[in-house]
Design a binder for this molecule. Structure first.
Ligand SMILES: Cc1ncc(COP(=O)(O)O)c(C=O)c1O
Length: 376
């Protein structure tokens, strides 16, 4: 009998807590829309977890950024500083508001925004810095906060990948005027699709609640003084979120164990760069376990990923920088701009299976496969 070798998926979530019971409760009670008790419970517990006064559940982490930008009143002609090495949602939210994304390269060690290059990008039109914590380590927040204070800039903190992470013992998601999260299934906690906006300011929270719900007039329904969106999360999604949040600390431990196992197996290799285990401000939570091929490797990430795929290992490429996106070139944005660190990360970076359901033996298999293709 031929035994089929298992394909190791790049991500598989863990849904074996109270998720099923909570979902059954939704079905039995009939609360399946965006009204229902789990929404409130999820928002309250999430706000508590990240030390914020308000949490507003939305349909995903991308629209959370759209709402954040709109709620801060960022609009036509305003500039927002952001990393080029991130997901398109960040730049898209700024551009949709009529504002201008101003890009900064990455730090070659942490892969986060290079804070030493932020100040040179500030102009009279700069209104905010969009901070994006990448792959498991937070950005250097104390320096960013100092810059934001000096130049009177708002901070929008994209914590989509940072549930359960802290910077100098304060939760990621507690640093921005507005901070946002995603609950896509590859995140530390998931709701299938989903997102959260958090803030301490009552007026900003109220604005976000209105914007995500079509800006209904509070006194007369179907009367609208502003344009909003339907970005509501459902009670079904929140039911999963409540169950997941109960296990966040456990999930962070699992991810750290995964990262440390990969480290142990790969740290001797001089042909790859792997994530930093810890800095003086945080211990990595390994949203994903990234690998960057060093210059002594004769092939790029695409080839490496193909080779690993053939060995039954799922991978994903790193982000593709904003200044190289065809859609923005068509808009005439970022012409002739070059950010070498991010370009190298895009060309030579990818990540290994990093999901919560990954077994220790899977990690060993992935590390062995990587070693094999590097020695080929
Ligand atoms: C940094 C960052 N921001 C925003 C998002 C968008 O979140 P979503 O997929 O929920 O729209 C992601 C998704 O992976 C992300 O990594």
């Amino acid at each position: 009998m031929k035994v089929e070798k298992k394909f190791i998926q790049v991500n598989e979530p863990l849904l074996n807590g109270n998720e099923e019971n909570n979902l059954i409760e939704c079905i039995r009670s009939g609360w399946i829309s965006s009204e229902g008790p789990f929404i409130n419970q999820f928002e309250i517990s999430f706000a508590e977890k990240v030390n914020r006064k308000h949490a507003i559940a939305v349909s995903n982490g991308s629209v959370a950024l759209d709402v954040a930008i709109a709620a801060l009143g960022i609009s036509k002609g305003d500039e927002v500083i952001m990393p080029t090495f991130t997901i398109i949602s960040c730049a898209a939210a700024i551009i949709r508001a009529g504002a201008i994304p101003v890009l900064v390269d990455s730090d070659p060690n942490t892969w986060n925004i290079d804070v030493s290059k932020i100040e040179e990008k500030i102009t009279k039109r700069t209104k905010a810095i969009m901070v994006v914590h990448i792959y498991g380590l937070p950005c250097e927040m104390s320096k960013i906060i100092e810059i934001s204070k000096t130049y009177n800039l708002k901070i929008i903190e994209d914590s989509a990948e940072m549930h359960g992470q802290t910077y100098q013992n304060n939760p990621c998601g507690s640093f921005g005027e507005i901070s946002t999260f995603s609950f896509y299934p590859n995140k530390h906690i998931t709701t299938g699709e989903g997102g959260m906006i958090v803030t301490d300011e009552d007026s900003i929270a109220e604005k976000c609640r209105s914007l995500k719900n079509l800006c209904f007039n509070s006194k007369q329904r179907f009367l609208h003084d502003d344009l909003g969106w339907n970005f509501r999360m459902t009670n079904l999604q929140a039911a999963v979120g409540v169950a997941q949040l109960e296990r966040l600390d456990e999930f962070v431990k699992i991810k750290r164990k995964m990262g440390n196992t990969y480290h142990h197996l790969l740290e001797e290799l001089d042909s790859i760069q792997i994530p930093i285990k810890s800095t003086d401000y945080a211990e990595n939570i390994y949203w994903v376990f990234g690998v960057v091929l060093r210059q002594n490797v004769s092939f790029d990430a695409k080839t490496a990923m193909n080779k690993l795929n053939n060995l039954g290992i799922g991978t994903r490429p790193f982000f593709y920088p904003m200044h190289l996106q065809p859609v923005f070139a068509k808009m005439g944005l970022f012409k002739n701009q070059s950010y070498p660190v991010s370009e190298n990360l895009a060309k030579r970076g990818f990540y290994l299976p990093s999901g919560l359901a990954l077994k220790e033996q899977d990690i060993i298999t992935c590390a062995e496969a990587l070693k094999n293709i590097l020695n080929d």
